[in-house]
Structures are given as C-alpha cells and as structure tokens.
Design a protein around this ligand. Structure first.
Ligand code: PMP
Length: 429
C-alpha cells in the first residue's frame, strides 16, 4: 500500500470523496490519486518520493513552472508585511494596471478569489447592464460552478457525467441557452430568432475543459458580430487562456475584443486569484460606483497580488510565449509521431502552451461531439501508463495539458519516449 493510498483513505473520512475538487479523485481514470508533497520547475513529487514531469501545472496557473524563485521571494516579502488587511493596498493597483495594459479589452478590472467568482460576477454585471436575463454558453465549456453556468458544462462536470448538477433550480437553468462550440451558423440562427433577449454570450475563446479545442476561423468574430447587432455583452472567459496562450490573451491572439473578460489561474501565480473586467462603461455599474453588488473579504489579497505581479513581470519578457509555443509543438508533434509508429489513431490540438491529445480516427477535432466520440478507455490506460513512467497528465480525457517555461527539451523528449512505450502497450492489448 502506498502512502497515497493511506492518505486518500484518511481523507475520505473527513472530506467528501477525499478531495476538495472532484477531478482530483481519479474517478474517470480509476485508481488512487497521487498525493503530492512538493513541486519545483517542471516536476511534482508525491508522498512516496516519486517524481513526475508535470503537464497539469495545477490546472494552468504555473506557466513559469513550480516555485519560481522570484515569485516565491515576492510572496515571502508580502507575507512578512501581513497576510490580509481588508483595506486597499498599492499592489492591487500595480497588478490591475499590468492586466489592463496587456489585454486589449480591459479598461477596468476587479479582483476576486477564483474563476468561479469571476464568471458569476461578470454575468450578473452583463444582466444588469442589458436588463436582460438570458445567457448563452457553449456545450463543453466550463465557467466554474455557479448555478447559471453549470449547465452542460465541461471539465469535472463532463467527467462525472453531471452536465446539469442537482441543486441548480430549474427556473435559473431556463435562462441559460447552450449552443454548439465552433458552430457559427447555429449562433446566427439563434440570434436571428431570440437575440434581443440575450444579456451575454460567455465563451472560452480557446476551449480547455473539453480537452483542448481552438476556435475555428471566424467563430469568435461571429460572436462579436451578433453581440454588436443585438446589444448583448460578449464575455471571453480567459480564466485558462489568459496569459497562457499569449501575453494579450486569446483576445490578442485571435484579434477579437470582448466587452468583458474573466481571468484566474496565471494572474495569481499559484495563489487563489480571479478577476473580471472590460469596458469602463459596463464596469462602472459595479458597486461602489454603481448598483451591481459584488464583494470579497479576501479579494485583492496582498500575498496573492504579489505572486501575480511577479508572475506577470516574468512572462512579459521578450520571446517568452514564442519559446513556450515551440516547446508545446515539440511535445505534440513527438506524441503524434510515436502514436503513428505504434499504429494508434491519435491526434492533437494546441494553442500557445495549451494542448490536448485525442484517441480518435478523425484527423482534426473541432467540436464537443467529436470529443465525446474519442476512446476514453484508451486514454485511461494511456494515463496510467504515463503516470507509472513518471509523467503526470490530467486525470481525465476532457482536460487540456499545459507546458511551462521550466520544461526542458530533455523533459519533453523523455515524455515523448515514455509515450512511445505506452502507445506500443496499447496496441498490444
Ligand atoms: N473558467 C474556466 C475557463 C476554467 O478553466 C475554470 C477552472 N478550470 C473556471 C472558469 C473556474 O475557475 P475556478 O476553478 O478558479 O473557480
């Protein structure tokens, strides 16, 4: 019995399912989750002293790799001045300025503590601003676990087969319309019929919660056009893609400007931070300037702001994203080559440092239906084969993978070689 087995059994006595976020439980892939005790650069180490090359990166925040010395130093400096004050601090303005200067669609920004809070608050603001109730989202996109957004959602809600969670009132769910990702025609048809009652469209501009699905050319532009035509607010949920696919987010990468943007993960450098922001005329409806209420005891926490500032300083160095993208390409091309050698039908998607692999005969995966048709059984065996060989992937086939600055070419080549071994085993089974 491993230490992880023991700790998981103990955790289950006090924590529902032994975890504080469902996908961590390995329910999709089976087996016991590895309990981690430390991390450094591209690696995580479990309680049994086994080290893994990590492509989860805490589900996205650690774009610099784990425990970057400058981030840690900034955090320690902040800690020594006090953990939280519940009063304004200068660091909040420093980070807000950095975020507003980087993202094309961001005039004003408010910090919260998670991506869930960011999207929940952004849709409240959009509803108040438009005085409409209906929101449009896309099947397989995940925007956190607030009631209005937990309808046909991705990530753990897909993995666990709870597309609409019990406990979400039907009267609320009625106001959420779910359309197909990468289907501009359907969006246009819907808007032609009912666009004038839509408060907002919320979308992951690169979908990362149904594996990794980039937007097809024209999809995001169509969303911009229908929102403009019908007076709806366009929200890009960049909790995952923000400062991940480029320094200007997916909005800069694809050249489509939303009205509101939600952020999380990277902007907290590993600390719990979320944010939402965008057009000043919309954001000024927020309390205390306007009537839309939103608040947080720990929002703008000084330690979290320090981690975010240090992270954004480091990622704004020239060439940072080009280097990440090159490494991601090296990995996905290597994986595809190994799969071909082993005669395993497999394809990949990637944007910047986000990537995904699909066990499918299809040459290109662009929508939710194709993702659902992939061979999850095969993924599960691949996952365990890789874990055994010291490569830590997200424990479900509906999650994106992440490259960090700390991954070396050697780490990547080792991962590819291990994948080659596992692909061969999959063929023989
Ligand atoms: N939006 C997106 C696009 C996400 O990927 C996530 C989390 N994976 C969230 C929102 C929710 O963020 P959090 O888990 O911090 O509440």
């Amino acid at each position: 019995m491993s230490q992880s087995d023991t700790l998981f059994a103990q955790a289950g006595q006090y924590i529902p399912g032994g975890v504080n976020s469902p996908v961590r439980a390995f329910k999709a892939v089976g087996g016991t989750p590895v309990f981690l005790k430390s991390a450094s650069g591209a690696y995580v180490t479990d309680v049994d002293e086994k080290r893994y090359i990590d492509y989860v990166q805490s589900w996205g925040p650690m774009v610099l790799g784990h425990n970057h010395p400058k981030v840690i130093a900034a955090v320690i400096e902040a800690v020594e001045s006090g953990l939280t004050f519940g009063a304004p601090t200068e660091r909040e303005t420093v980070l807000a300025k950095m975020v507003c200067e980087c993202l094309p669609g961001m005039d004003l920004v408010r910090f919260v503590n998670s991506g869930t809070e960011a999207t929940m608050s952004a849709i409240r603001l959009a509803r108040a601003y438009t005085e409409r109730d209906t929101i449009v989202k896309f099947e397989g996109c995940y925007h956190g676990h607030s009631d209005s957004l937990l309808i046909k959602a991705g990530s753990g809600a897909l993995t666990l087969g709870v597309p609409s969670s019990p406990g979400v009132p039907a009267v609320l769910a009625e106001h959420t319309v779910t359309l197909n990702y990468n289907d501009p025609q359907q969006v246009e048809t819907f808007f032609a019929q009912q666009g004038d009652r839509v408060a907002c469209v919320i979308v992951e501009p690169v979908a990362g919660n149904m594996n990794c699905i980039p937007p097809e050319p024209g999809f995001l532009q169509t969303l911009r056009e229908v929102c403009d035509k019908h007076g709806s607010v366009l929200i890009f949920d960049e909790v995952m893609s923000g400062f991940r696919v480029s320094a200007t987010g997916a909005q800069g990468y694809y050249g489509v400007q939303p009205d509101l943007t939600t952020l999380g993960k990277v902007i907290g450098g590993g600390m719990p931070v979320g944010a939402f922001g965008g057009r000043a005329d919309i954001m000024n409806h927020l309390a205390p300037k306007g009537p839309v209420y939103q608040a947080g005891t720990l929002s703008g926490n000084p330690v979290a702001m320090a981690a975010g500032i240090a992270t954004l300083e480091l990622i704004s160095e020239p060439g940072f994203y080009a280097q990440l993208e090159t490494k991601t390409q090296r990995l996905v091309q290597g994986l595809e080559a190994e799969a071909r050698k082993a005669d395993i039908p497999f394809t990949t998607n990637s944007v910047g440092s986000m990537f995904g692999g699909f066990f499918t005969d299809e040459k290109k995966v662009v929508n939710y239906q194709q993702v659902m048709a992939c061979d999850t059984e095969r993924f599960n065996r691949f996952f365990h084969g890789m874990l055994e060989r010291g490569v830590y992937l997200a424990p479900a086939s509906y999650e994106a993978g992440f490259m960090s600055q700390a991954h070396s070419n050697e780490d990547i080549d080792t991962s590819i070689a291990k994948a080659g071994e596992v692909f061969t085993l999959l063929r023989n089974k």
